[in-house]
Design a protein around this ligand. Sequence first.
Ligand SMILES: NC(=O)c1ccc[n+]([C@@H]2O[C@H](COP(=O)([O-])OP(=O)(O)OC[C@H]3O[C@@H](n4cnc5c(N)ncnc54)[C@H](OP(=O)(O)O)[C@@H]3O)[C@@H](O)[C@H]2O)c1
Length: 289
Amino acid sequence: MKSVLLTGGNGFIGTRFNEAHKHNFDILSLGSGELNILDRKKIKETFKIFKPDYVIHAAAIALTDFCNDNPDKCYEINVTGAVNIAEACKNTGSKMIFLSTEQVFNGNPEPGPYKEEQIPVPDTMYGKNKLEAEGLIKNILDDYLILRFTWMFGVPERNRPVVANIFWSTIEAILKGEQIKVPVNEFRGLTYVNELMDQFDKIMDLPTGTYHVGSNNEKNRYDIVCHILSEMGLKHRVNELIIKDKEKYRDHPRDARLDTSLIQSKGIFFSDTTEAVSKCIREYHLKIR
Ligand SMILES: NC(=O)c1ccc[n+]([C@@H]2O[C@H](COP(=O)([O-])OP(=O)(O)OC[C@H]3O[C@@H](n4cnc5c(N)ncnc54)[C@H](OP(=O)(O)O)[C@@H]3O)[C@@H](O)[C@H]2O)c1
C-alpha cells in the first residue's frame, strides 16, 4: 500500500481525504499540533521515518481577509511552509501535491474561465502567496502536482469541519432566519467536496504539472443561491432570505472560474456547479418536505 503524508489533516479537505481514502493508503495525517510546517527539524525527522510516496500539502491559512490583514504571518505559512515541505519531498523523493486556488486569477482583467497557461494576476495576499509558492515548488521539485481548486463546498460532519462556503452559508441563513446579501456580479465554480474525494486517488497519479480542478459554472452567485433554496424546496423563501446585491463588483465583475479541459482530457470529470449543488442536496437528504 502506498503511503501519504497529509499536512492540514484537521482541516476541511484533510479530514475528508482521510475518511475517504483511509483504506486505500497508509496515511499519516498531521495537524499543526503534530507537525508545524515552519519547524524544519521536525519535518525532516518525520519525513525520514515515514518516507511517504505522496505528500498532500493541505496546510495553509486560506482566509482571504485574514491574509490581507496579516501578510507576514500568512506568507510564512503559505509560502515558507510550502517550501519547507517541498524541500523535505526532495530529500525523500516523495511526490508533492500542492493545493492551490482559483484565487490566483481574481485580479485578471480578462474574464474567465482561465486555462492553466494563462498568466495569473492575483489581487489578494492569499492568491499572491499561493502563486509564489507554486513557482518555488516548481523550482525545487521534478515530481509534483499543483492543483488549483475552485471553491469547495460541503456540510459539517462528525469531527469534520467545514470552512466558509456558499452552500453552508445559505443553510446557516435558513437556520438563523437571517437575510444574506448575494452579488450578481460574481462568477465562481463551486465543487462538491465529495466529488473531489471520489476521484482524489486518480488525480494523485496525474503526470507532473499544474491542473485546474473542479466544477464549471455558467451562473452568477445570486442564481446559485436561488438554486440551492429551490432544490431544498424553499423557493418561496428566496425574497425573504436573499437580497440581490447589484453594487458589489459592478464595475469589474469578479470572475475566478477555471477552465478544466486539461484535467477532463485525463479522464477526470466534475458535475457543473448547479448539478453539484443538486447532488449534494440529494445525497444529504436536505430537501425540506
Ligand atoms: N476549501 C476550499 O474551497 C479550497 C479552495 C482552494 C484551495 N484550497 C486549499 O486547500 C488546502 C486545504 O484547505 P481547507 O479548506 O481544508 O482549509 P482549512 O480547513 O483551513 O485547513 C487548513 C489547515 O492548515 C493547518 N495549518 C495552519 N497553519 C499550520 C502550520 N503552521 N503548521 C501545520 N498546519 C497548519 C490547520 O491545522 P490545525 O487545524 O491542526 O491547526 C488547518 O486545519 C489549503 O491549502 C487551501 O488553500 C481550499
